[in-house]
Design a protein around this ligand. Structure first.
Ligand SMILES: [Zn+2]
Ligand SMILES: [Zn+2]
Length: 210
C-alpha cells in the first residue's frame, strides 16, 4: 500500500447487512410491544417506543457509510469503518489509523489528535510510564498533574462491586499544564480505569506500540 496516497475503503456489505437484520429484529420487537400495549398498556407501550427508536437509529446507520480497509500497521482487515475519523482502532494489533473521506492512512508518529483519541487501559494501582513525554502534545514533559482513576476490581457475590481508586501523575509540558474545569490537562480524558490522550507519540511510548 502506498501510505501517502492512502487506501480507498470498499463498502462493508456484511456490516450493512447485519445492521439491517438488527434493525428488523428491533422493529419486530417494537411491533410486538405495540400490540401488547393495546392489551397491557403503559409498560409495553414504553417497550415499543424504546425498541422502535433503537430500530430506526440502527436502520439509519445501515444506510450510512461502512467501509472495509486494511490496518496500515499489521495489514489485517478492519471492518465497519466510518468515512472520517481521527483514530480507527485495529482490533488485531491495537494500533490506530486515520480515515479521511473514506481513505485509510497510517497515523503519523507525531500526530496530535484534536481530542483525546488514544486510549490506554491501566491496571489498578499502576502508574503509566509517560517516558518523559507530554500526554497532550508529545513534547518533553516538564511537570505533571494528578488524576484519580477508579476501576472495578471484582464483583463479590453478596457484597457488591469492589472498586479500587488510585491516583496517577499525568506528564505534561508547561503549555499543557493548565487543567480544564474537570481537572484534566487539555486533550486528556479519563473514564474508570482508562486514560485517553491526544498525543500519538506519547500513546506509543506508554503502550510500546510501533
Ligand atoms: Zn493492526
Ligand atoms: Zn504539551
Amino acid at each position: 500500500m502506498d501510505a501517502a496516497a492512502g487506501e480507498t475503503l470498499t463498502t462493508d456489505e456484511g456490516a450493512k447487512r447485519n445492521k439491517l437484520i438488527g434493525a428488523a429484529v428491533l422493529l419486530v420487537l417494537a411491533a410486538g410491544c405495540g400490540y401488547l400495549a393495546t392489551l397491557y398498556g403503559f409498560m409495553a407501550g414504553m417497550g415499543a417506543a424504546i425498541f422502535g427508536i433503537a430500530g430506526l437509529s440502527v436502520l439509519a446507520s445501515a444506510f450510512g457509510f461502512a467501509g472495509v480497509g486494511h490496518c496500515p500497521t499489521c495489514g489485517k482487515e478492519m471492518r465497519d469503518l466510518p468515512r472520517d475519523t481521527e483514530a480507527a482502532s485495529c482490533r488485531c494489533c491495537g494500533n490506530f489509523a486515520i480515515i479521511r473521506d473514506a481513505k485509510l492512512f497510517p497515523t503519523p508518529p507525531d500526530h496530535v489528535a484534536k481530542s483525546s483519541a488514544y486510549r490506554i487501559d491501566i491496571e489498578p494501582g499502576v502508574q503509566p510510564n509517560f517516558r518523559g513525554l507530554c500526554a497532550t502534545c508529545g513534547k518533553p514533559a516538564t511537570t505533571s498533574l494528578p488524576r484519580e482513576l477508579t476501576k472495578d476490581v471484582v464483583g463479590v457475590p453478596g457484597v457488591g462491586r469492589l472498586a479500587k481508586t488510585w491516583t496517577i501523575d499525568i506528564a505534561v509540558c508547561d503549555e499543557h499544564s493548565k487543567p480544564d474545569s474537570l481537572g484534566n490537562p487539555a486533550g486528556v480524558t479519563s473514564f474508570g480505569g482508562s486514560l485517553s490522550i491526544s498525543s500519538h507519540r506519547t500513546w506509543r511510548a506508554i503502550t510500546a506500540k510501533s
